[in-house]
Design a protein around this ligand. Structure first.
Ligand SMILES: Cc1cc2nc3c(=O)[nH]c(=O)nc-3n(C[C@H](O)[C@H](O)[C@H](O)COP(=O)(O)OP(=O)(O)OC[C@H]3O[C@@H](n4cnc5c(N)ncnc54)[C@H](O)[C@@H]3O)c2cc1C
Length: 297
């Protein structure tokens, strides 16, 4: 436990030393390394969304640095004509410090993204303590610019209403299961129920929503979405599958070969611990991969 805590501490030199463990899931520590990963994905027919890792920022200066990094990243994407948009966490833009400030930083990012061929900015969804505030900031920015969209987590009990709200707004939604540990009072707990909820929300988004992102590595869900779309005459150009960098790469390529739009979520940066922790704790396969990397050194 003590070792894990030291590795995961964001200030720890352990994070630098242990980066080799996260390498499968994190595209590097710099914008250049992230763009190199995007270039490889683009060459294989996949698009991307770039995430500068970091969350729960506790002061304005750090939130401003995150905004600046996004602006720099967008300039680099434009220069390299990379086929990627960006994803951002509002707590990295200071949501926990000042909601209005984080909305302002998000607006700066959305404004800079407008110059790109793909100007879309995705707002990642974090723990349930910030769901309401995240959706509030999303709507306030969306009023001025429709190139921004939320993530909805199928495990949250409130999500059917949030999906209907997004559909009414015409907003582009990424649908995922949800990655945070949440209490029974707010979230469904068992996987079969979460899968059912996911599918119901996916069906609503596919039939009435705007270009939803179906974010999952769960082949049962992917097959169910494909079958539903085919049955209802929903073309492959009306939605995209989204998967995480380093997770089931063979499935990512198979979906492309099958004619689907596929976007890979590419995280980068030095603050990889929280993201990495969620990946290794949610799937046995991911944890085994990390153990193998340790053993083979
Ligand atoms: C693009 C993208 C963006 C996301 N954004 C957010 C967000 O903003 N907020 C949030 O809370 N969560 C987000 N998530 C995470 C998400 O909520 C889930 O925690 C995560 O995707 C795991 O759920 P799953 O549906 O992919 O599959 P799981 O439930 O993890 O797995 C389902 C099945 O898939 C197979 N599988 C999965 N992983 C592997 C593997 N590594 N190797 C082999 N087989 C595997 C297994 O058969 C497994 O039984 C995002 C996920 C993706 C893909």
């Amino acid at each position: 436990m003590a070792v894990i805590d030291r590795i995961l501490s964001p200030t720890s030199s352990f994070q630098t030393r242990f980066f080799f463990l996260a390498k499968r899931f994190v595209a590097g520590e710099t914008i250049a390394s992230a763009l190199a990963a995007v270039r490889e994905l683009n060459a294989e027919g996949l698009t991307a969304t770039l995430d500068f890792l970091g969350e729960d920022v506790a002061d304005v200066a750090e939130a401003r640095r995150t905004r600046d990094t996004y602006v720099e990243m967008l300039a680099a994407i434009e220069r390299e004509a990379a086929r990627t948009n960006v994803s951002v966490k509002l707590t990295a833009l200071g949501l926990l410090v000042d909601e209005t400030l984080s909305a302002g930083f998000l607006t700066d990012i959305v404004e800079r993204a407008k110059r790109l061929p793909d100007p879309f900015v995705r707002i990642d969804m974090e723990g349930s303590a910030v769901t309401e505030a995240t959706l509030r900031v999303f709507e306030s920015v969306y009023q001025h610019d429709a190139n921004v969209g939320p993530v909805i987590q199928a495990y949250l009990k409130r999500s059917p209403a949030d999906v209907e709200r997004a559909i009414a707004l015409g907003a582009r939604v990424r649908l995922c299961k949800g990655a945070y540990s949440e209490p029974d009072s707010v979230a469904l707990q068992d996987m079969p129920t979460i899968r059912k909820a996911y599918l119901r929300l996916a069906e609503a988004l596919l039939t009435r929503g705007t270009y939803p992102g179906i974010a999952t590595h769960d082949e049962r869900l992917i097959e169910a979405v494909k079958a539903f779309a085919a049955e209802h005459g929903i073309g492959k150009d009306r939605f995209e599958f989204q998967l995480l960098y380093g997770v089931r790469p063979e499935l990512q390529r198979a979906l492309v070969r099958d004619g689907h739009n596929v976007r890979v979520y590419v995280p980068f940066g030095t603050h990889w611990a929280g993201y990495f922790y969620r990946r290794i704790t949610e799937r046995r396969e991911n944890a085994f991969f990390v153990l193998r990397s340790l053993v083979s050194r």
